[in-house]
Structures are given as C-alpha cells and as structure tokens.
Design a protein around this ligand. Structure first.
Ligand code: GLN
Length: 203
C-alpha cells in the first residue's frame, strides 16, 4: 500500500541495540518506519529514534558506519529525535560514568549518569507519570541511566515516584528532542512513541 505523503518518515539508528522493537511500534502507529545504517537513509528522516543497547558500542559503530558526524549535524539542525536508554546517553551533552573518551552525539543540555541505578537494581519496572499523558506508563528500566542535571531549556517529563531513586529524572524534552531512561518500545503501550510522532508532525 503506498504511504500517504503526510505520513512521517521515521528512521531508527540500526548499528546496535533494540532496533526491531522500535520499528514495530512505529509501524503500528502508521509511520513510514525504517532502519538507518547509512547517510542516505538518514537524509530521508523526518524524525529519528536512537534505541536502547550499549552507548559505547553504538557511538563507535556510528563512527565506523560514517554516521556519527551526519547524525550530529542533523540533530543540531533540528531533526526531531527520540532516544531511549542508551539512546538517551547518546543525546546527552555530558556523561558521568562513561568509559574513557566516550563520545555522544549531543543535542540535549543534560548530564546523564550511566548505569545509575546500581548493580542491585540493574533492571526493574514501575508505573510512572509522564507529563502530557493521562495515565501512568509501565516503565521498564534495564541498566538505565538517569538524568543528573538539566539545563534551562530542558523540560522534565518524568521522575521516579518512590524508592531509593525517588525524584530522579527519567524522561526529558528539549524542543523536538526527547529521551527516556526506560524502554517504551517493549510491551504494547505506544503512547510515548505517539507523543514523539506528534512532535515530528508538529515540526
Ligand atoms: N547501560 C547501557 C549503556 O550505558 C544502556 C542500557 C540500555 O540501553 N538498556 O549504554
């Protein structure tokens, strides 16, 4: 079936990580969703998703695939972008607990702490309120970062409601760039992706 002209083209960076899950949710939302492994595919994007995975590997592979500089340029140029978990780290202007020399694409005026929740709570789930959504989101965290600090242009969309990490920032937005520490691509709740698709359509 031909895709109507108004359908946004949203690419998922596909050098490493949980690419398929994002493509699946976006496709379910009626988006023209595809993988991005080369600059020509990036050129087609009205929006971009940076998946979860391993940020150190993703950054290195983005260099290998000659996507790193084009990605920086597009994001700086205003390409609506959504990062989840490792993707949030990729979008952060500053990292704590990165590996030596770890590079990020930048685009969000935030400091993230990698693997912030600690070894005992490597992975966990919980319901959290996200600004702009009526009901809480069931959030899955896997060796997740949190946001340590945000600049003045950044809106906080969600914080951890309770427990030892209560108050920690886990979702943010700066203009048309957004990121979550958790993985909205797992499960069948597509409201966070829909929020992003709306951002792409408004841009
Ligand atoms: N700990 C990973 C990193 O530092 C992120 C984990 C994830 O994306 N689930 O990149």
């Amino acid at each position: 079936m031909p895709v109507p002209a108004s359908t946004p083209a949203i690419g998922v960076l596909a050098v490493q990580g949980d690419v398929r899950e994002h493509v699946k949710v976006l496709t379910r939302l009626g988006v023209d969703a595809f993988t991005v492994r080369r600059p020509a595919e990036l050129d087609r994007c009205d929006g971009l998703v940076l998946p979860g995975g391993e940020s150190t590997t993703m950054a290195k592979l983005a260099r290998t695939f000659e996507l790193f500089d084009p990605l920086v340029e597009r994001i700086r140029g205003g390409l609506p972008t959504f990062g989840t978990c490792a993707g949030m780290i990729m979008l952060a202007d500053r990292i704590e607990d990165g590996i030596a020399g770890q590079e990020t694409l930048g685009g969000l005026d935030i400091t993230v702490r990698r693997n912030a929740f600690g070894r005992q709570v490597d992975s966990f789930e919980g319901d959290i309120d996200v600004a702009g959504l009526d009901d809480p989101v069931h959030a899955v965290f896997i060796r997740a970062p949190w946001v340590e600090e945000v600049g003045p242009a950044v809106d906080v969309l969600a914080t951890v409601p309770e427990g030892p990490a209560a108050g920690r920032i886990v979702a943010v937005r700066q203009g048309s760039v957004m990121a979550t520490s958790f993985h909205p691509e797992v499960g069948d709740d597509d409201r966070v992706h829909r929020y992003f698709v709306d951002l792409v359509q408004q841009s």
